[in-house]
Structures are given as structure tokens and as C-alpha cells.
Ligand binder design. Structure first.
Ligand code: NAP
Length: 238
């Protein structure tokens, strides 16, 4: 069994902490260091201020990133330059940035995964919406997240919209709700003559993101391109 050596950036954030807990439960994964922009200490793991510094000092197969839209782009570039595969949950990257990163990864022949949503149910919701879009002319996407979420609309809503439009000339609008108490919710409402179809997913806790994250870490070791979207790692054919 090959041990996958992992650095986690944003390690003291909500997703970073949960990712650390779940990764540490796996016998085939090893967290070798953490990255935190405030340099917070961990009882038994080294913490570095930047991804670049961590990957200069530690040899790692995978960088897991749950930080912010402001720093994620530079973090991925640093990972690719060091030959470390990025597995990124941070949202807010533009499609232009994703394409630039894919070109850099291709040049360096390094695999990676950028997944705006690691919840398997959310991936199914997007796929079902993509199929339904072929049969409707109008749909509204209503996404809800906690008050402090920085990007609006969510990466998942923007991506659902993009997927729906690849299979249909459908007209859409995205509505963003930011309220305390929400985790990650999305409804895609299709309107037709005399009917409404609603496809809905609710992430009730951050635990819902962990199976998808662990799957991406496993699978990224077999890939030699930077993949955008967890669905590309799943069999969603009919
Ligand atoms: P969070 O709790 O705010 O964590 C973000 C982390 O990044 C914190 O440790 C924060 O430190 C750190 N940070 C803030 N500014 C930074 C900077 N300039 N440089 C480096 N680090 C910085 O947020 P979260 O809920 O864990 O979410 C993190 C990201 O994951 C967000 O983009 C969110 O949308 C995304 N997310 C994705 C999924 C998915 O399935 N793909 C699921 C949930 C969330 P301080 O707080 O100390 O500043």
C-alpha cells in the first residue's frame, strides 16, 4: 500500500479541520504538514505560513486546499510548481483562472482536482438538472449558504447554470440567499406549461463533503490532468 502524503492549507478553517480529522482516520493517507496564514500551532504537525514554504520543506503527493478565493489561485500554482497534486475545495475561481491552471498542470504533467462541491448528492442534483434542462425553456436556481460565505453566487450554482446551458438554450436566473443557520442548499426549479419540477439538494452538515474529498485524494494519484468537477471522477452515465 502506497501512503499518500498530504499537506492541508486552510487547516484551521471549518473545512480544513474536518478534512484533517477524516484524512487522519485513513491508514493509507498521512498528513505531513499544515498551512495557516496566521501560523497557528498544531500539537504534533508542522505549520507553515504559505503553501510554497510548506512544499519547499516537506515532500507531499497532494495539497488539500480549503482557503479563500483570494489565495487559492496562488496556492494551486505553488503546488503544481512543486510537483504536488492539488485537490481543491475552495470556491470562487473564475473559469479563466481554471483554464490557466489546467494549462500549467498539462505543461508540468501533473494531475489535480478542483471541485466546487464535494457532496455526492449535489453532484447528482447537477447531473439531473443538466438532463432536465433539455426539456424546459426556463429555470431558476436558488442557492442558500451561511451569512459569511464570501462568493456570490456559489460555485455550485454557477457551475449548475453552465452545465444546464451546455445541453439546452434554457433561460436561467440565479438567486443567492445568505442567512445564519444555512449550510449549503440549492434548488433548481424548472417551469413548463402547467407544471413545475424542483430538483433540490441540502447539505445538512459539512460531513457531507468528506466522502467526495477522500475519493478525490485517492483518484488524483491516477490522473495526469487538472480535473474540474467531482462528477468527472464518478460514473454518471445513464
Ligand atoms: P473558513 O472556516 O473561513 O476557512 C478558511 C480558512 O482560510 C481559514 O483558516 C482562514 O483563516 C484561512 N484564510 C483566510 N484568509 C486567508 C488568506 N488571505 N490566506 C490564507 N488563508 C486564509 O471557511 P470554510 O467553511 O472552511 O470554507 C473554505 C473554502 O471551502 C471556501 O471557499 C468555501 O466556499 C469552500 N467550501 C467548499 C466545499 C466543497 O465541497 N468544495 C464545501 C464547503 C466549503 P482565518 O479565518 O483565521 O482568517
Amino acid at each position: 500500500m502506497t501512503m499518500i502524503r498530504i499537506v492541508i492549507s486552510g487547516a484551521f478553517g471549518k473545512m480544513g479541520q474536518l478534512a484533517l480529522e477524516h484524512i487522519q482516520k485513513r491508514d493509507d493517507f498521512e498528513v505531513v504538514a499544515l498551512v495557516d496564514h496566521k501560523g497557528r500551532a498544531h500539537p504534533f504537525l508542522s505549520t507553515y505560513f504559505t503553501v510554497d514554504e510548506a512544499l519547499r520543506k516537506e515532500s507531499a503527493h497532494v495539497l488539500v486546499d480549503f482557503t479563500t478565493p483570494e489565495v487559492v489561485y496562488e496556492n494551486i500554482i505553488a503546488a503544481i510548481r512543486h510537483g504536488t497534486r492539488p485537490v481543491v475545495g475552495t470556491t470562487g475561481l473564475s473559469m479563466g483562472e481554471v483554464e490557466t491552471l489546467q494549462a500549467l498542470a498539462a505543461e508540468k504533467k501533473i494531475g489535480g482536482v478542483i471541485a466546487p462541491n464535494f457532496a455526492l448528492g449535489a453532484i447528482l442534483m447537477m447531473r439531473f438538472s443538466e438532463i432536465a434542462a433539455r426539456y424546459y425553456s426556463h429555470a431558476e436556481i436558488i442557492e442558500g449558504h451561511r451569512l459569511t460565505k464570501r462568493d456570490k453566487p456559489s460555485g455550485t450554482a454557477a457551475y449548475t447554470d453552465q452545465l444546464m446551458k451546455t445541453s439546452s438554450p434554457i433561460q436561467t436566473e440565479i438567486h443567492s440567499v445568505r442567512l445564519p443557520g444555512l449550510v449549503a442548499h440549492q434548488a433548481v426549479v424548472f417551469g413548463g406549461e402547467g407544471e413545475i419540477l424542483t430538483i433540490r439538494h441540502d447539505a445538512l452538515s459539512r460531513e457531507s463533503f468528506m466522502p467526495g474529498l477522500l475519493l478525490a485524494i485517492e483518484q488524483v494519484m491516477e490522473r495526469d490532468e487538472l480535473i474540474y468537477g467531482l462528477e468527472k471522477l464518478l460514473d454518471l452515465s445513464l
